[in-house]
Design a protein around this ligand. Structure first.
Ligand code: PGA
Length: 252
C-alpha cells in the first residue's frame, strides 16, 4: 500500500507576537516556494491566527489552531468554537497536546469531544498522544498510547478518519533535545496503525497520517520520515526558525 501524503506541521505554542508571526510565515513562504508532495501547516497563537491566515492565502501553507472546544458557543470562558476557526480559514486543530494534558488537565474524554467536534465542522483534528518517561521506563508505552488512541477516537467512523491525524509525541522527547530512536518511534507508530485499522478498516486505517513529534530537527527528520508508519512530523522548537522548518519539510 502506498504511503499517504506526508504532513509536516509547526506548533508555535505560546510564541511570537502578531508581527513576529507574520515575519516568520513570510520567511517560511520564501523558503518553501514550489515545494509539493507534502502537506504543510503552521499553528500560531489564537491572536495571530487571523493575520497569518491572510499571509498564507494562496500559498502551500495551511493554518492550524492549537486547540478547539466542542460546543458551538456559550459560557466556556477561554475556549474557541470550531466555527470560529473555520471562519478565519483554519483547516486544522491540534488537540490533546501533552502540554494541555499536563498543565491544563485535559483528559482522553475531552480530547475525544474536541476531536469529534472539529471533524464534524470540517476541521482536521491532529490528536496528540504519547507516554511520559516514567511510563516508558515502566514498560507501559504501548498500553498508555493505546488507551489514548482508543479513548481519543471513540465513536469516530471511517468517514471521520479522513480528517484525522495522529501525532505520536513521547513526552520525554518534547523540547528536551532527546529524540526517540527511529526503532522506538516506528514501534509505537506500528501499534497505532494496528489500532487505526481495527477501528476504521485496513484501507482507511492505512490512510490516516501518523506524525512523529519531539525534538524533530533538520538533522534527524529524514531518518524518522523514512520509517514505514511515520507520515510526517509535528515540530515545536524547530518550527520557529524558517530555515530549520523548511529543511524538515524538504527532508520529506
Ligand atoms: P519540540 O516540540 O519539537 O520542541 O520537541 C514538539 C511538540 O510539542 O509538538
Amino acid at each position: 500500500m502506498t504511503k499517504p501524503t506526508p504532513f509536516i506541521a509547526g506548533n508555535w505554542k505560546m510564541n511570537e507576537t502578531i508581527a513576529e508571526a507574520i515575519a516568520l510565515v513570510e520567511a517560511l513562504k520564501a523558503e518553501i516556494q514550489g515545494v509539493s508532495g507534502v502537506d504543510i501547516a503552521v499553528a500560531p497563537t489564537f491572536t495571530a491566527l487571523d493575520r497569518v491566515a491572510g499571509a498564507v492565502k494562496g500559498s502551500n501553507i495551511q493554518l492550524a489552531a492549537q486547540n478547539v472546544h466542542w460546543e458551538k458557543s456559550g459560557a466556556f470562558t477561554g475556549e474557541i468554537a470550531p466555527a470560529m476557526l473555520s471562519e478565519i480559514g483554519c483547516a486544522w486543530a491540534i488537540i490533546g497536546h501533552s502540554e494541555r494534558r499536563q498543565f491544563f488537565g485535559e483528559t482522553d474524554e475531552g480530547v475525544n469531544k474536541r476531536a469529534r467536534a472539529a471533524i464534524a465542522n470540517g476541521i482536521g483534528a491532529i490528536v496528540c498522544v504519547g507516554e511520559t518517561l516514567d511510563e516508558r521506563e515502566a514498560g507501559k508505552t504501548l498500553e498508555v498510547v493505546g488507551r489514548q488512541v482508543t479513548e481519543g477516537l471513540k465513536g469516530m467512523s471511517a468517514e471521520d478518519s479522513r480528517l484525522l491525524v495522529i501525532a505520536y509525541e513521547p513526552v520525554w522527547a518534547i523540547g528536551t533535545g532527546k529524540v526517540a530512536t527511529t526503532a522506538q518511534a516506528q514501534e509505537v507508530h506500528a501499534h497505532i496503525r494496528q489500532l487505526l485499522k481495527a477501528q476504521f478498516g485496513d484501507e482507511a486505517g492505512a490512510a490516516v497520517r501518523i506524525q512523529y513529534g519531539g525534538s524533530v530537527k533538520p538533522s534527524n527528520a529524514a531518518e524518522l520520515l523514512a520509517q514505514p508508519d511515520i507520515n510526517g512530523a509535528l515540530v515545536g522548537g524547530a518550527s520557529l526558525k524558517a530555515a530549520d522548518f523548511a529543511a524538515i519539510i524538504k527532508a520529506v
